[in-house]
Design a protein around this ligand. Structure first.
Ligand SMILES: *[C@@H]1O[C@H](CO)[C@@H](O)[C@H](O)[C@H]1NC(C)=O
Length: 269
């Protein structure tokens, strides 16, 4: 009995303390680029970016974040999306900025998108990992998340970890921990490199190209969220290995040609 009361009390405390706030695009974001090609609908519940021959478009968060769990649902450009890039990332400012990137590289109809990821610390990136996805990211909304705490940065798709960037400060690698980041997204044309290395061009007869966003959620600060866990659990590690084994198509940490004199220190772990 007493323990029942105690556990209800604990639950109440957890509910009250968690700052998880379901987002509203009007409140949380500014449409920052592409006049009229970025739109917010449904009282703030849905946002779309589009790209036509003249311009792409983009948005950015009003707030800056220093650690947290950031979730967003995206539905990517459908059909022939070759040459288009939908970037969704966190970044601080300036020449020594930190950055955590998702970039979705479009493809010809029926061919898989490439999810390109990167981590910049103190202005230095060159940490690319690329994936194909185990679902069609254009058919439905899927959730893409960043968990960022002092121990690691975890990239997730539908709650499955696809990449972990560990804090390797002990090996002399700078780790993002001092510079707050804004959330940015943009849809633009990159047919000089994005699809099959630039071989497949954008089909402008299909324009405008449109990507959709909903259910933004940011857990930060004092909330007692699972994102603050300093270790992934055993199930998450299994999922991560499954993704890396079956869906990873590029990993800078195994690219011998690029690093003939040895891999970056964070690769050895
Ligand atoms: C596009 O499809 C080709 C063929 O399936 C694949 O090799 C490539 O990784 C896909 N993605 C991009 C962005 O080119």
């Amino acid at each position: 009995m007493a323990s029942n009361i105690l556990s209800s009390l604990l639950l109440l405390i957890i509910l009250v303390c968690s700052e998880a706030n379901a987002g509203n695009f009007y409140q949380d974001f500014d449409l920052s680029w592409g006049s009229g090609r970025a739109k917010i609908y449904g009282g703030g519940q849905l946002l779309s970016l589009s790209l036509d021959k003249i311009s792409g478009s983009g948005f950015q968060s009003k707030k800056e974040y220093l650690f947290g769990r950031i979730d967003m649902q995206l539905k990517l450009v459908a059909g022939n999306s070759a040459g288009t890039v939908t970037a969704y990332y966190l970044s601080s400012q300036g020449p020594t900025h930190d950055e955590i990137d998702f970039e979705f590289l479009g493809n010809a109809t029926g061919e898989p998108y490439t999810l390109h990821t990167n981590v910049f610390t103190q202005g230095k990136g060159n940490r690319e990992q690329q994936f194909h996805l185990w679902f069609d990211p254009t058919k439905n909304f899927h959730t893409y998340s960043i968990i960022w705490n002092l121990q690691h940065i975890v990239f997730l798709a539908d709650n499955t970890p696809i990449r972990v960037f560990k804090n390797s400060e002990s090996k002399g690698i700078p780790y993002p921990k001092n510079q707050p980041m804004r959330i940015y997204s943009s849809l633009w044309n990159a047919d000089d490199w994005a699809t099959r290395g630039g071989l497949v061009k954008t089909d402008w007869s299909r324009a405008p190209f449109t990507a959709y966003y909903r259910n933004f959620n940011a857990q930060t600060g004092g909330s007692k969220g699972a994102w603050q866990n300093q270790e992934l659990d055993a199930y998450s590690w299994r999922r991560l290995r499954w993704v890396q084994k079956n869906f990873m198509i590029y990993n800078y940490c195994t690219d011998y040609r690029r690093f003939p004199h040895g891999f970056p220190a964070e690769c050895r772990q």
